[in-house]
Design a protein around this ligand. Structure first.
Ligand SMILES: Cc1ncc(COP(=O)(O)O)c(C=O)c1O
Length: 356
């Protein structure tokens, strides 16, 4: 059988969740499990993340999946509802919503009694310069006032555009957030994703919203997971299905883009972009075999890659790590001009999934 496997290390997930607790001991943790737990498989991850105070997802379908799996923790819909007919469902299923548009406020108020009777908080999003979702500074105070007067418990929420970097917008976003928090006091507050959890301990407030750090990948371009004391959760691996010797001058793969400059031992591995392995034409990719590096040569195809195993002790069935503990997903991402988030999320359904 084809062996392409995504292993999920439950202990690593719990370790990373504990890291959030250490870093933000007084805040509640909203573990972000959207996009199928960043590609890790929401079903497998929820159990390991049971000690979270809440889960965060991007849409109602993702929230309902959590409920169907039997998890009763609070859930926050970070983009809110998209139509009013989702309101009775969120209320029935005890799901909290973000509001970032006037229409959502109208829908919420129309379902006020039922929402409040379930003790659900409403997350009111500030647009402090990212210009995706949220009410601008000039209007949010009035929205919060309106919701508080109607009896809602509000959480002031914001998302950084550059928490992973030193950028002048950070100070401006913080200034606006603190102004609203102060002017609308008392109010619950939440503005930290993974990078901000590390960077702004003074801004943890009531709820932190870690995503990528839970999965053991870095939110920063210049700090790896060892510097952050995180453990990689996913190991993506496949097996060698063919071995070929080629001579200097012979070429490999589609487009014959690679020409051997010496005699080489090639291994063909059963993995490709059909599984989610990246095919960036400029990338120099490596895989890991028993702690040693092997270069990917030629183009990544849908189901196969070729690697240079000259001098390595390999045979049919030898396991190759595409990313995981030996070769960090962040390093593979950097080599492919992207971020760990994307590689993790865009894995396909084809690889087998196993929890270890
Ligand atoms: C509103 C919000 N909060 C928190 C997160 C988690 O971010 P990260 O994965 O960088 O920790 C996200 C991710 O996109 C988000 O959109």
């Amino acid at each position: 059988m084809r062996q392409a496997t995504v292993y999920i290390d439950r202990a690593a997930l719990q370790y990373n969740l504990n890291r959030v607790r250490q870093l933000a001991p007084t805040a509640k943790i909203v573990s972000m499990v959207k996009a199928n737990a960043y590609g890790h498989g929401v079903k497998d991850c929820l159990a390991a993340l049971q000690d979270s105070d809440a889960f965060g997802v991007a849409c109602l379908q993702e929230a309902l999946e959590i409920r169907e799996l039997g998890f009763q923790q609070p859930i926050t819909l970070i983009e809110g509802v998209f139509t009013e007919d989702e309101m009775p469902i969120v209320i029935e299923q005890n799901i909290e919503i973000v509001v970032h548009q006037p229409e959502q406020v109208t829908w919420l108020i129309a379902h006020k009694d039922a929402y409040i009777s379930k003790n659900l908080k409403v997350w009111v999003k500030l647009n402090s310069g990212m210009n995706r979702l949220g009410f601008k500074l000039e209007v949010i105070k009035e929205v919060i006032q309106q919701l508080k007067s109607a009896g809602f418990t509000c959480v002031l929420a914001m998302h950084f555009a550059n928490a992973d970097a030193d950028h002048p917008l950070n100070d401006e976003q913080i200034r606006q957030f603190l102004e609203v928090k102060n002017d609308c006091a008392p109010i619950l507050a939440s503005c930290c994703n993974s990078a901000a959890i590390y960077k702004y301990p003074e801004l943890h407030f009531d709820f932190v919203r870690p995503g990528i750090m839970l999965y053991g990948a870095t939110p920063f371009a210049d700090r790896d997971i060892y510097a952050l004391d995180l453990k990689p959760v996913m190991t993506f691996s496949a097996e060698i299905i063919a071995l070929n010797e080629i001579q200097a001058g012979e070429q490999v793969g589609y487009g014959s883009t690679f020409t051997a400059d010496k005699a080489m031992q090639l291994a063909i591995v059963s993995i490709g972009y059909g599984d989610g392995y990246p095919r960036a034409f400029f990338a120099q990719n490596f895989v890991a075999i028993k702690g040693q590096k092997a270069a990917v040569v030629g183009r990544v195809a849908m189901d196969m890659i070729a690697i240079d195993v000259t001098g390595l002790d390999v045979q049919l069935g030898t396991e190759v790590e595409l990313w995981g503990k030996q070769r960090l997903v962040d390093d593979v991402a950097a080599a492919n001009g992207t971020i760990g988030y994307e590689l993790l999320c865009r894995l396909t359904q084809r690889p087998d999934r196993k929890v270890i």
